[in-house]
Design a protein around this ligand. Sequence first.
Ligand code: ADP
Ligand code: MG
Length: 148
Amino acid sequence: MELTKQTYSAQETKQMAQQLGQSIDKGILITLQGDLGAGKTTFAQGLAKGLGVEKTVNSPTFTISKIYQGRLNLIHIDAYRLEGLHQDLGFDEFFDSQWVCVVEWPKYIEDILPKSRIDILITRIDEYSRLFHFSCDNTLSYVLEGII
Ligand code: ADP
Ligand code: MG
């Protein structure tokens, strides 16, 4: 399934992501692609809110991954600093049924990512506007129905 949505403010992006977070199950992997400043972390913040996470999600500057407790637990991975690093990162356990997992810069760990996932590509249109392109296989399309 493919879906495109435009938002016109960071707030609107968070609301859209929050809705997704409210309709999601554990065991779901979401990847976020887009340039620096596209809105990947902003999206992750809204998603976390929808999962019932109370702590603020931020870009993990020195850590690769952060875990947040909520109604569903979230693991937020920023793979940016893993470029060119080919080693067992121990992420496999996060791609199972215990977690909702969000990955920024998925291209750097592409070879270890499960195929069943929701991919989101964010394109900056202008200062406050972003285009979100969602794609997933049909078994996960029910997740996107919450934001149509
Ligand atoms: P990334 O994680 O992709 O590097 P961030 O989410 O950290 O990006 O930053 C996105 C920046 O763009 C934030 O400062 C946010 O306020 C701003 N912004 C402006 N409009 C939007 C929008 N429609 N959606 C998301 N972020 C937006
Ligand atoms: Mg970020």
